[in-house]
Design a binder for this molecule. Sequence first.
Ligand code: SAH
Length: 396
Amino acid sequence: MKSVKIILKPKKEESLFRFHPWVFSGAIQKMDGEPNEGDVVDVYTSRNEYCATGHYQIGSIAVRVFSFEQIQPTYAFWRDKIALAYKMRKSLGLVDKEKNNTYRLVHGEGDSLPGLIIDVYNHTAVLQAHSVGMHAIRKDLAKAIVEVMEGQVTDVFYKSESTLPFKSNVVSEDGYLIGKCSDECIAMENGLLFHVDWLKGQKTGFFVDQRENRSLLEKYAKGRSVLNMFCYTGGFSFYAMRGGAKLVHSVDSSAKAIELTRQNVELNFPNDPRHEAYALDAFKYLDDMEDGKYDLIILDPPAFAKHRDVLRNALQGYKKLNAKAFEKIRPGGVLFTFSCSQAVNKEQFRLAVFSAAAMSGRNVRILHQLTQPADHPVNIYHPEGEYLKGLVLYVE
Ligand code: SAH
């Protein structure tokens, strides 16, 4: 089948010649045919030179490019891309039966597979499509995952109900594409165990992107009183406990998340009295909290800004939240503070935290500047892929 040809307006090819993988709808002059959403299209300059091949989509990003060479993608094309991604994760030491079976196998543009996320939890891969093009080939992708993973992955769960573009007419029908996790679905990260609920949980079931930041926290935990605010399923909490924390309090507004946190802590540290979990609102908890109760605080809120137009409010939100922590953390305390909003850049986040520190009048030093781990790589030609920012601060 011949791909539909998309012809750009003059000069609109420049970003593609720098390998940026998106074509915005406003850059298109005309289409030689009528593509359906999810179809493979070829992009040409106004002078009729070939630029790129990608999936077509109605909306602001009209084409998500997966090749800068003219190809008709076959099953082998997708399989080889997944194999490359797997090879990279193996070289990072993330595929380790004894210690770690949780990692991101494919991170969209970062792995030259725009619109596709794949997270691995033990023998299950959770596949998430953010474009109709990736949705259309989900069965091939599932087959390719099992083929390249050398028996490490036997089940593939598809979860795209909330990530497919809402304007498209496609219905995700989440469920297993291959196999089924018949046991308890327990995965391991750096030797710690946790239940994953990809069916009902947030994202693909776990926040895989905090693995290395959790490891760093473990090193700071010894003898400290820890508050894990926005704990979700308790990731930072069980690292803090392994690190020798005196006590760990996990807080999240979701009762379901708190239940999972309790189960996960129990899985790793049965009957350990150091841990308590509370289903409460973060702002209320911080307001009611006595001064100096904790000397290690984690603030990992949900994305306050999902779009650029709400940026101002989001920055105010970060400022308000961090100000409460600066006000109450014990002298000599350490604050791990994060933003996962893609719309907020590193400098803006730092400025919000800086303003919060200034309000408290305390002496604050930056110990570490954190980001997303290597299995969430940023394509150098697509800086928009950088989203996780964190600061570790020493508060006198
Ligand atoms: N730190 C977690 C991920 C946090 S995701 C990890 O390592 O896995 C953000 C969490 O914030 C979600 O679980 C959500 O339920 C919670 N949340 C959202 N608004 C909140 C609020 N106002 N107070 C407390 N928790 C909130």
